[in-house]
Design a protein around this ligand. Structure first.
Ligand code: E4P
Length: 224
């Protein structure tokens, strides 16, 4: 089970990777828009530098035809890092591009997945990760939990090496459901991850422990 952060914000990536067990970073053009008109390649090279080689970086292309997808993928691989996972929307052209990229040994993350057929086809195309859009599915009355469970069952039944990278979350309960249904990885906004620890009872417990220690030992710390 691995958590990734779904952001292109440098400060948040630094904070989350410093504090939490984070396995990687994902982005898409809408996430990048929040950062304004950044120097695209310099920004992502910086993110790669922050997260190091042991965490995965997933960057999305914009082209819609397979030729264009390949061209953009090669540009990202040249200008950021050859180990970037290329996020490709799971359209028919995208599926063609995924197969071609996999023939070249490029890491592929199949994204914009709303249906079982998209995910299953992406597995067949050799995608390393498939990204079902949990909250967006729920908004459409599509059963996100059942979709992820189906992907998990098919991966086990047929021995695909594809991992489920569940995405598009609006709260931490959705993330937990995705993991329970078999997602090996999930990409989550930093605000949602950090909010999971902003429970008043957690703070109260920590404060109570400190107060009880203080009553007995005063200002003498464990280290004194
Ligand atoms: C992954 O990076 C997806 O693109 C992302 O989680 C989509 O999230 P959204 O539904 O909040 O736009």
């Amino acid at each position: 089970m691995k958590y990734l952060v779904d952001t292109a914000n440098i400060e948040m990536i630094e904070k989350c990777t410093d504090l939490l067990p984070i396995a990687g970073v994902t982005s898409n053009p809408s996430i990048i828009k929040k950062e304004g008109k950044i120097d695209f390649f310099a920004h992502f090279k910086k993110i790669r530098q922050i997260i190091g080689k042991d965490r995965t970086l997933h960057m999305q292309i914009l082209a819609e035809c397979s030729d264009g997808i390949l061209k953009e993928a090669h540009t990202i691989l040249d200008k950021v890092d050859k180990n970037v996972f290329i996020k490709v929307p799971t359209t028919p052209e995208g599926l063609k591009a995924m197969r071609l990229l996999k023939k070249e040994g490029v890491g592929v993350t199949a994204t914009a997945i709303y249906t079982k057929t998209q995910g299953l086809m992406a597995m067949e195309a050799g995608a390393d990760y498939i990204a079902p859009y949990f909250n967006r599915m729920e908004n459409l009355d599509i059963d996100a939990a059942d979709t992820i469970a189906t992907f998990s069952d098919m991966i086990a039944a047929y021995g695909y090496s594809t991992q489920i990278l569940a995405a598009s979350f609006k709260n931490i309960a959705q993330v937990n459901t995705a993991f329970r249904c078999g997602a090996q990885t999930a990409t989550v906004g930093p605000d949602i991850l950090l909010a999971a620890f902003a429970v008043p009872s957690i703070k109260k417990a920590v404060d109570d422990f400190a107060a009880d220690w203080q009553k007995v030992f005063g200002d003498v710390s464990i280290c004194d």
